[in-house]
Design a protein around this ligand. Structure first.
Ligand SMILES: O=C(O)CCC(=O)C(=O)O
Ligand SMILES: [Fe+2]
Length: 393
């Protein structure tokens, strides 16, 4: 029997962080001072938790938001009963044919054009504050890989707000009020892959990005936020398709740790104090300074969750590979552990992702969006020409 945690331990290296530390490079003066202060905080915390009682420690953490671990769907014209039943078990549904081959090829060129556009409004804003960084982004065709482009792009709005896709979402979310609230492109080239993770950056308090609030009296469910992964190139194991661990939406403790450390950073220092001093400096460096969330923060959080919870993700699980033709889309919950195979061969794998929320349960704040670049760049939706969220018609 292979459990989810076996797969995750196999893939996420939580012992040797040399690669991630090398990617950060030497720290500046102020960074070193911050790090020293944090290490001192961990040492102080260690004196408080001398008994090292893990269970007692996690009992005192900020409790997670009210939530249910079970998925409930509802019948609809676009999702059959077998697909719904499978989704309720796995948190995954697909593939759904959403675009034909020509439409997918046209959209692919359009998305690549967005990344190459010197007048991209997102790039303009970055350029005002960080001109050299903006120039590099343009050369890399990486204008943060199209983040939230759907909010100003009629073509993307047409696809991500398509009647059929919205209807599928309504059925899988069991909601009469669905909105697309974020979008992104994923591009994988030679050898690249996405490391295993849950999408944990959306709830209020975790980051300064567009934030999601639970409505009073509501309960967060695994399908309150769903992702549509729409392949614009053919995707299979060799070309780096997504792979999702079925059923893993029901264990959110890894997420919850991140959530409560954000609420009470001192608890993070206390948690680190359970680990040997030799690794604390490295872990703090990654938490404070690593750029890609999945390279640094995810790995550290995972190391902590694996340490504190003896039965973390201990259920038997299998991967579902998102093998797709161009224009096919798969849907998965943000709490399902997911990552990608490595891309091999010529060219690239290119995917459009739309993120959807059940607005009966959640309220989405769109007037605040920040990018953590060399410095924090605050984005004003009016500057960007962002339109309201994309609601089902
Ligand atoms: O396509 C990928 O490589 C990653 C996608 C992903 O992590 C997501 O959509 O949340
Ligand atoms: Fe993800």
């Amino acid at each position: 029997m292979t459990t989810a945690i076996d797969y995750i331990r196999d893939e996420i290296d939580t012992d040797d962080f040399a690669d991630a530390l090398a990617a950060i490079g030497p720290l500046g003066l102020r960074q070193r001072a911050t790090l020293r202060a944090a290490v001192a905080g961990v040492r102080l915390a260690r004196m408080r938790y001398l008994n090292h009682d893990k269970a007692a420690f996690v009992r005192r953490l900020v409790p997670p938001l009210p939530r249910e671990a079970r998925i409930q769907t509802r019948p609809g014209p676009t999702v059959d009963a077998a697909t719904r039943a499978a989704f309720e078990q796995t948190g995954v549904a697909g593939p759904f044919p959403l675009l034909d081959g020509d439409q997918a090829a046209g959209l692919l060129e359009h998305c690549r054009g967005v990344l190459r556009d010197p007048d991209n409004p997102l790039l303009e804003i970055i350029r005002r504050r960080l001109p050299r960084r903006a120039a590099q982004m343009l050369r890399d065709e990486d204008v943060l890989l199209g983040v939230n482009r759907f909010m100003l792009d009629a073509r993307l709005r047409g696809v991500l707000g398509g009647r059929r896709l919205m209807s599928i979402m309504g059925s899988l979310m069991s909601s009469g009020s669905v909105a697309c609230w974020r979008s992104q492109f994923f591009r994988q080239r030679d050898g690249e892959r996405t490391a295993l993770h849950q999408n944990i950056d959306f709830l209020h308090g975790l980051t300064q990005k567009t934030t999601v609030h639970l409505r009073p009296g509501r309960v967060f469910r695994p399908n309150s936020i769903l992702n549509a992964w729409i392949s614009l190139t053919a995707a299979d194991v060799g070309t780096g398709c997504l792979r999702v661990l079925a059923g893993t939406f029901d264990d959110t403790r890894f997420y919850d740790l991140g959530w409560c450390f954000n609420r009470r950073p001192l608890d993070l220092l206390a948690a680190l104090s359970f680990l040997p001093d030799a690794v604390v400096g490295d872990l703090l460096t990654l938490l404070l300074y690593s750029a890609g969330a999945h390279r640094g923060v995810t790995r550290v959080l995972f190391k902590l969750a694996d340490f504190f919870y003896d039965d973390l993700l201990a259920r038997e699980a299998a991967f579902i590979d998102f093998v797709s033709r161009p224009g096919e889309g798969w849907i998965f919950t943000s709490f399902n552990m997911h990552g990608s195979h490595a891309f091999t061969g010529e060219g690239e794998r290119f995917t459009l992702v739309g993120r959807y929320a059940d607005l009966d349960t959640l309220r989405i704040e769109t007037d605040r969006y920040e990018l953590g670049l060399d410095e924090t760049v605050r984005l004003d939706p009016d500057d960007l020409g962002w339109q309201p969220l994309l609601h089902a018609a």
